[in-house]
Design a protein around this ligand. Structure first.
Ligand code: CR1
Length: 831
């Protein structure tokens, strides 16, 4: 029995949504009229494009209505500045958010097509590395759903995050060309091109009254071309925009060079200009510190600010007095912090505003989110590089810093040079550096971390003096994930069960999930829930077979760790546990354990050697274990190649166990932890980031916590941590680490996997892997025991789903609105 779920609730932004018949006609119309092909010969690509075009008719309708309403009501808006957006695919997301997924599925079925095949035509839009970029994508979904006037700004990278392949177990990076043949979701807006400047020198001039004026003579002008991606809110709420800038050579500038006879030079400069938006830096957490990266940051900030100012002036003319009432800018980490001196430059140099007035505006416009405490990830730029690329901005930063030190620091701590040295935006030393974190805090009216504990650590460990200066500036907004993509769309079976038991309001009011807790002991719901998990696992097993040729048993526990590869996330701790189990099986052929499949998904930054060694080691150990008859299928290990949003959507609904095992104090929040628990996985985790809040929500019976706490980590490190002690005192640890050095996993090549052992022993084990090892093993023994009681496990899994209501990104956005942005929602009116 087919149920028409596209009853298409009266949508706000979109006048009328199509039924199956209308969609079918529209798809055919576009196949003919937009694609120039015919039903008889159309490829799946063409069908997919035609369907996108059909859907876009409605998306654009919502987009126009939203933009018109915002303009007419002259609303205050938030501008989300982010160097990364990890969007994944948009096809099924847009269909679900419009409420026409089932109608489209039926329409395509009537045309003899399977909607899943069409979905597979789309490349992931992977314009981000990991958590930070995916968070930005969840946030823009929530802002549109909640009807907040919001625009996302970023870079239209030609190449997103690299594609990962394995060659004999080693990571190989291949370029990602996500829009090689165009992207049906984006609209180029040449009418909104901006020009920005870099390099050159600053001239100091004086007018007739003797007033000093700084004039920046740029060395290079670059054009920013905006591409707009409509962001469809759930059930046709607002359709907001993600505006991504592509760099091009400026016509104006090249003609100059060209005319002076420099044809080749002009061509070279074209290439250089276009290089800016060519490729996403593939580093999560750590930063390259390269000139091109600084130019990328400045390029998109400058284009975006000019775009905002253009829009503001259209409504308010040259009167700047309302600017801070109309405009909030959220800095997603320090990557866009150069927007602060850029706005100062525009106000002081171009609008000829006084420094104080300009600074007052800045300090009411910018807010900054910190996403990490890792020292290597706190951005710093050498003064030398800054001066070369942005000479005027460096002067402005010096002046911001001078006033900050004199008017703030010296007032609270008179004559305290040590405080000045510590708080200065400029770090002194052999190579003086601009500290972007300091600049972000000084220039913003609000600073937030991304989970309770992280926000506390931002205050206590990162910026304690800034807190003394401005206690009210600091706040917390715990991360969240959009339940539309991360439950409704990716886990349709569970979504249906929820609709049937607790109603269908949960996708926009996730707290409703708590009603599902009442069913945790209900045998019928337990069975239904476990049957769904079983089907999802069977689906994943098919994907695993196809991608890796490894057969896995859907009846085993699916134990999943998916996230960027980093020592602090401790994929190698997971590996040591796998080796412990393998060793126990070899030592005791009857070793009793519930069969487990360990699944990994992770990309390593191309220059991060140890991370790549860990991938290699996991792959080699997997090869050995998966082919060892003595294991008798109790253990399987799979490293999924090319982990990305689309793979996450297949893995998360199939997870029984979620690995969230970072060293306490290192993972700012995590968001994969939320997605997995939301889909009924039981977390094995440390008390780190948002795991702590997840544990509070689900309660100790429904999560397996292990390891040192933040305070214990600090205490251990203060007293001196000696990983060798664990090696000598724990026979299991010693045996495993020594094993890795033999050629057992790499026949004929002993020592190939020794990098891990070296880092844990000679390297001092900076992330306390060995200290947490036995506690981790016990946390897994607990899981094994729990799983043997199937009804008990079902109850835990159900309660994980039911008690995740807090972690919707809608709640995060409401927190930002209340604590930071002070925005009003805006109901969209139709034309
Ligand atoms: C953090 O590592 C957090 C996301 C989103 C990451 C992760 O714990 O969930 O941000 N930080 O807030 C990051 O990418 C550059 O820093």
């Amino acid at each position: 029995m087919k149920k028409s779920t596209s009853k298409a609730k009266a949508s706000v932004a979109i006048a009328a949504l199509p039924n199956t018949e209308e969609l079918k006609n529209s798809i055919i119309k576009h196949l003919h009229g937009s694609l120039g092909t015919d039903v008889n010969k159309a490829s799946p690509q063409a069908w997919w494009r035609a369907t996108c075009a059909a859907v876009n008719e409605y998306v654009y309708d919502g987009l126009r209505n939203t933009q018109r309403t915002h303009y007419q009501q002259n609303t205050r808006a938030v501008h989300y500045f982010s160097l990364e957006y990890l969007m994944g695919r948009l096809f099924s997301n847009n269909l679900h958010n419009l409420g026409v997924y089932d109608a489209a599925k039926d329409a395509l079925a009537q045309l003899g097509l399977n909607i899943a095949d069409l979905e597979d035509q789309e490349e992931d839009m992977a314009l981000g590395n990991g958590g930070l970029g995916r968070l930005a994508a969840c946030f823009i979904d929530s802002m549109a759903t909640l009807n907040y006037p919001a625009i996302g700004y970023g870079i239209h990278y030609e190449h997103g995050l690299f594609k990962q392949e394995f060659s004999d177990g080693r990571q190989i990076e291949r370029p990602d060309s996500w829009r090689e043949y165009g992207n049906p979701w984006e609209i180029c807006r040449p009418e909104s091109i901006q020009e920005i400047s870099v390099y050159g020198y600053v001239e100091t001039t004086y007018d007739l009254q003797g007033k000093m004026k700084k004039v920046w003579h740029p060395g290079r002008i670059i054009k920013g071309v905006p591409w707009d991606i409509p962001v469809v809110g759930y059930q046709g709420s607002s359709v907001n925009v993600l505006r991504l800038w592509e760099s091009r050579a400026s016509d104006f500038f090249n003609w100059d060079v060209f005319n002076s006879g420099g044809y080749i030079d002009a061509a070279r400069q074209n290439i250089e200009a276009e290089t800016i938006s060519k490729v996403l830096y593939p580093n999560d957490e750590t930063d390259a510190g390269k000139e091109l990266r600084l130019i990328q940051q400045y390029f998109f900030c400058s284009c975006s600010l000019k775009d905002i100012i253009r829009r503001y002036k259209r409504a308010n003319g040259d009167d700047w007095s309302k600017f801070a009432d109309q405009v909030a800018i959220q800095l997603n980490d320090t990557h866009p912090a150069v927007a602060i001196p850029e706005l100062m430059r525009i106000l002081v140099d171009r609008a000829e505003m006084s420094w104080d007035d300009a600074w007052n505006i800045c300090q009411h416009v910018f807010a900054y989110t910190n996403h990490t405490l890792l020292p290597e990830a706190l951005e710093k730029w050498s003064v030398r590089l800054f001066e070369k690329v942005l000479p005027r901005h460096l002067e402005i930063i010096y002046e911001i810093n001078r006033r900050f030190l004199v008017e703030q620091v010296d007032v609270l701590w008179p004559g305290d040079n040590e405080k000045k040295r510590k708080l200065s935006i400029i770090e002194e030393g052999h190579e003086p550096m601009v500290r972007m974190g300091h600049l972000s805090v000084v220039g913003s009216f609000r600073v937030n971390g991304v989970a309770e504990i992280h926000s506390e650590l931002v205050k206590s460990d990162l910026f304690p003096e800034m807190v003394a200066l401005w206690p009210d500036k600091f706040t917390n907004v715990t991360n969240g994930v959009t339940p539309r993509r991360w439950l409704k769309a990716c886990n349709p079976r569970l979504a249906k069960l929820l609709d049937e038991t607790i109603g269908d309001e949960w996708p926009r009011d996730l707290k409703q999930l708590s009603k599902f807790a009442a069913f945790a002991d209900d045998p019928a719901i337990q069975d239904a829930f476990m049957a769904i998990k079983q089907q999802n696992k069977a689906d994943l097993a098919t994907v695993v077979k196809k991608l890796t040729n490894i057969s896995i048993d859907p009846h085993a526990i699916f134990d999943i760790q998916i996230k960027r590869l980093h020592e602090y996330k401790r994929q190698h701790l997971n590996l040591l546990h796998i080796l412990a189990l393998y060793r126990r099986i070899l030592q005791n052929p009857d070793y009793d354990m519930v069969p487990r499949v360990f699944l990994f998904g992770a990309k390593a930054a191309p220059g991060y050697k140890l991370a790549k060694e860990i991938i290699y080691a996991i792959n080699k150990v997997a090869e050995k274990i998966n082919n060892d008859k003595r294991v008798k299928n109790r253990l399987k290990v799979v490293f999924m190649p090319n982990y990305r949003v689309t793979l996450a959507e297949k893995m998360i609904p199939a997870a029984d166990v979620s690995e969230q095992i970072s060293t306490a104090g290192k993972e700012a929040s995590g968001t994969g932890n939320m997605k997995l628990a939301l889909n009924g996985a039981v977390t094995v985790g440390t008390l780190d980031g948002a795991n702590i809040e997840i544990a509070e929500e689900v309660g100790p019976d429904n999560i397996s916590i292990f390891g040192l706490t933040v305070d214990e980590v600090k205490a251990l490190q203060a007293k001196g941590y000696h990983s060798w002690d664990y090696y000598y005192q724990d026979a299991e640890i010693k045996a495993i680490l020594d094993w890795l050095e033999t050629d057992y996993f790499t026949p004929g090549k002993p020592g190939e996997l020794s990098a891990i052992k070296r880092s844990l022993l000679e390297g001092g084990d900076p992330y306390l892997v060995l200290a947490d090892f036995q506690s981790y093993v016990k946390a897994h023994e607990k899981v094994d025991t729990w799983y043997r009681d199937q009804a008990g496990w079902a109850k835990k899994a159900i309660l994980n789903t039911a008690l995740m209501g807090k972690f919707t990104s809608d709640r995060s956005i409401e927190d930002y609105v209340e604590r930071v942005w002070k925005l009003d929602a805006c109901k969209i009116s139709q034309q």
